[in-house]
Design a protein around this ligand. Sequence first.
Ligand code: FAD
Length: 457
Amino acid sequence: MLKKLEKIVGENSVLSNGKEKLRFDHIWKTDIPTNAFAVIFPKSTKQISEIMKLCYLNNQKVVIQGGLTNLVGSTETKKSDLVISLDKMNKIEEIDTKSRTMTVQSGVVLEDALTAADEKKLMLPLNFGAKGSAQIGGIVSTNAGGLRVLRFGMTRNLILGLEAVLSNGEIISSMKKITKDNSGYDIKQLFIGSEGTLGIISKVIFKLEEKPTSRFSALVALEDYDNVIDLLKFMQKGLSGSLSGFELIWGETYKTMRDSSPEYSSLLDTNFKYYVIIESLGSDAKVELERLSDLIYQAMEKNIAEDALLAQNDRELKMIWNLREDVSVLAKKSKFDQHFDISLPIPVIEKEVNIAIRKLNKLSYVDNIFVFGHLADGNIHFIIGKSENDKEKTKKINEIIYKNLKKNLGSVSAEHGIGRDKKEYLNTSRSKSEINLMIKLKKTLDPMNILNSGRII
Ligand SMILES: Cc1cc2nc3c(=O)[nH]c(=O)nc-3n(C[C@H](O)[C@H](O)[C@H](O)COP(=O)(O)OP(=O)(O)OC[C@H]3O[C@@H](n4cnc5c(N)ncnc54)[C@H](O)[C@@H]3O)c2cc1C
C-alpha cells in the first residue's frame, strides 16, 4: 500500500515513520497522537482521486486532516487509518476582481486567504480565533461560523463553486462563479458541513465583498439580559446594514479575559454582568463613527447600557478583539477543559445558561464555567474547566448542557460540527427521519464507509 501511495505522490509526500509524523500530534490543545500508518500529502485533485481509487479498491479507511483546529475529535486516528493531509494543496489560484471571486485549493490557511483578498481591496467575510491555522477545506467541511455570521452568513453562504473527490475517486466539479443556478439539486451543499464524510473537498470558489473602508468597534457593559436583547435590536435598527458583529461575554468570563494581560487594563471595569462587543463595517468613516457613538450615547441615556468604550484607534480596536478571540486564556485556566457550542432561541438563553451554571456548580470537579457567544446568531459557547477528567464526568457535563436542547428546538452544534465527540447527542437536534436520510446519503456516496468513518453518524 505504501509503495503504491508513494507512486502517486512521490516519496517525499508520504510520512510513515513515527518521528516524522510528530507535527500531526498537535490537534488543538490535545496530546492525542496521530496513530495512522501513514500521512499522505496530495498536491492536486487528480492525486486525491488516485489515492481514493486505491483506498476504495483496498477498503482502506481514510481520515482527512486540514488545520487540526476542530473541537469535536474529528481528526483523531486509529493505527489502521491513512491520513490525507491537504497541507500541500495551498495555492490561491485566482482572485477575479470583476466577478469578485476567489478560487482556492482546500489547504490554504484562512489568514492567507484573508490577506490575499485584502490586498485586492476585497474582503472574504470569514473571521474566527483559529484563522491562523484553520484551512479552507476544514472550514468548508464544517460550515464554520465565526464573528461575522450576523451580516454575511455561515461559510455556506459565501460559496459559489466547489470541487470534491468521492470515496471511489470520482471527481465532482461544480466550479462556477455564478450566484443563481437552479438547474437541479445544489450538489455542492452536500459537501459543505458534512465534515468530510461524503467527499474530500479539493477546491472552492468564494464570493467576495468589497472591502469596507471603515471599521469601528465598541465594548458595552450591561446589567440585565433583557437589555442585551434591546441593545441588539437598537443597534440592528440604528446601524442597519453596517452591523457586522454582536458578541456577548458573561461577566465572569470577561473578568478572566481582561485579567489575563495588563494590556487590557484600560478596558471597561470588571463589575458588570454582561459585556457586548459591537462591530460596524462601512464605507464612510466619519458618518459611521458619528452614528455608532450617537447610538451608544442613546443606549446609555435609555438605561440599556451601563458603560461603554468606543475604540478610538486601531490599537484599541485590536485590543478589544484580541480579548474576545484568545479563548485559549480560558481553556488554560484548568487542568482539563470541555467545549460547547450550542444554539438556542435568543429569548431563552439567559434562563438556560443559569440552569446549567447552577447544576455545574454542584459538581466538585468543575472549577471554571466560562460563557460567551455570538448572541445575534443564538450561539452560545461554554468552556468548562475541570480538575479531574474521565468518561463519566464528561458525560455528566454533556447531559447538563444538552438537557433542554430538544425542548427548546436548539442545536447541539451551532458551528463546530458533530465529529466523534457529539455523535451520541445528534438526536437532541435531529429527528429520526433526518438521521435516517443522513445514513442513506452516506451509504450512497461512501458505500464502503472509508471516508472519515465514525464521524457524525
Ligand atoms: C481558538 C479556536 C476558535 C474557534 N472559533 C470558531 C468559530 O468561531 N467558529 C467556528 O465555526 N469554528 C471555530 N473553531 C473550530 C475550528 O476552527 C473550525 O471547525 C475549522 O473550520 C476547522 O478547520 P481545520 O482546517 O482546522 O479543520 P480540521 O480540524 O483539520 O478538520 C475539521 C473537519 O473537516 C474535515 N476536513 C478537513 N479538510 C477537509 C477537506 N479538504 N475535505 C473534506 N473534509 C475535510 C476533517 O476530516 C474534520 O472532520 C475554533 C477553533 C479554535 C481552536
